[in-house]
Design a protein. Structure first.
Length: 425
């Protein structure tokens, strides 16, 4: 699933006990049945490379990983944990370059790369986690190769349509749209107020998610039920024909191909400048930080489709996986993985970035949360990104760069080129 505001986000109310949150900074060894390392334990260095979900220095995910590292090193003084993060906009490029240079981190958080399994670089999850079944089962197949799971969902989310109730009232719109035709009419009405009717983020941050939601609306998708790429299918071309019409109407943001979800779309919605957009629970953090909209000023609804609401929305998960290293280091990496994915650390991440956890136990604890609960309940009924080996290695990077041009140029040509790349034909 897959990802990202210039000032520190105000905290979103999540039902997490103070004890759980403070434990991120230092949890007693007894909490995990662990025993602090003896003074004669071998010296070990673990490197962690993760994606950065923050909006800037004030809430960079580097701080989150540093707190986890400090807590773990307090338990095990013989271990040094070195952490670093990469901005999502540059993630694929920089990770790919680092791995090509054989500069492997011990632990990689972010995208799952099936190609690295084929290259023999990753441990099976059962080797690096005491409870390899701890993650949400929704994403098990996506993080598996030949029925063996190699990564665990570390953070998840589901998508819905957010709409500005104040702008709807001003434009005399009585209810959120359920079809594309209604969305176009409503977006035009909001645009007449001098606002963005529908925000269309097809920039490189997460063009793959925005595109997928529109494909689903016409019965399309990146692949068919047999796992074969169908990027230039008739259903997908129908979706982009509508998007081209939507953009041409002037009811969207200009230049969708350079308009990113976090820095542009979410920020504009939070500042009251957008009528509708597809997004995840993390948008609520941006809204709270901006301080322009009250909770009563916006709501969520099902994603509109060509003929009615999309039944299954998009579920996204970002992975945590372990590269092969020495046998001597492996037990300490396993301890760190257990520590990093415990409930306290999972919920602290959810609290900071208004995202969903990856583990079943942490997700279950949020089912009745007033903000995240509805997204948690939607997660089992979602569709996922492809798990083919070339998705993250070549197809996804190309989609991020190219597909935004399909709404202003020749959609058939753009989707056709991506299909050729995906199938090697």
């Amino acid at each position: 699933m897959k990802g990202k505001e210039e000032s520190m986000k105000k905290r979103i109310a999540i039902t997490v006990s103070l004890a759980m949150i403070t434990s991120v900074l230092g949890v007693s060894a007894s909490s995990f049945g662990a025993v602090t390392a003896k003074s004669n334990a071998p010296k070990v260095t673990i490197t962690v490379l993760g994606a950065d979900y923050g909006s800037g220095p004030s809430n960079t995910t580097s701080k989150y990983w540093l707190n986890i590292a400090k807590g773990f090193m307090k338990l095990y003084p013989n271990v040094t944990v070195k952490t670093s993060t990469i901005n999502w906009n540059d993630y694929n490029t920089k990770v790919t370059a680092q791995i090509q240079n054989k500069n492997y981190p011990d632990i990689l958080q972010g995208e799952f790369f099936p190609q690295y399994v084929s290259d023999g670089l990753l441990y099976p999850l059962s080797k690096v986690l005491s409870n390899p079944g701890a993650g949400s089962p929704v994403f098990k197949s996506s993080f598996s190769v030949n029925n063996v799971q190699y990564a665990m969902p570390f953070v998840t989310s589901a998508r819905a349509m957010f709409y500005n109730k104040k702008l709807f009232a001003q434009a005399k719109i009585s209810a959120p749209p359920t079809t594309w035709a209604q969305l176009l009419t409503d977006a035009k009405a909001i645009a007449k107020l001098g606002k963005i009717g529908y925000s269309l983020p097809l920039g490189p941050e997460e063009a793959q998610a925005e595109s997928y939601l529109w494909m689903l609306g016409s019965g399309g998708g990146w692949q068919n039920a047999q796992g074969k790429y169908t990027i230039n299918s008739a259903a997908n071309l129908k979706a982009f024909a509508f998007l081209k019409q939507l953009v041409a109407s002037g009811a969207t943001n200009p230049n969708p191909a350079t308009w990113n979800r976090t820095a542009d779309s979410a920020k504009a919605f939070a500042n009251g400048q957008v009528g509708m957009e597809f997004n995840g629970p993390f948008l609520t953090a941006t809204i709270a930080s901006a301080g322009v909209l009250k909770t009563s000023d916006y709501a969520t609804a099902a994603i509109p489709g060509a003929a009615g609401p999309v039944i299954k929305t998009l579920g996204v998960a970002d992975a945590i996986q372990v590269f092969k290293s020495s046998a001597a280091k492996l037990p300490w990496i396993k301890k760190f993985m257990d520590y990093a994915t415990n409930n306290a650390n999972q919920l602290a991440f959810a609290h900071e970035y208004a995202l969903l956890p990856g583990t079943v136990s942490a997700l279950n604890s949020l089912k009745n949360d007033p903000i995240l609960g509805s997204f948690v309940k939607a997660l089992p009924h979602t569709v996922l990104f492809p798990s083919s080996a070339n998705w993250t290695s070549s197809v996804l990077p190309a989609i991020k760069i190219q597909i935004g041009t399909a709404v202003t140029g020749n959609a058939s040509a753009v989707l056709g080129q991506l299909q050729t790349l995906a199938t090697g034909g």
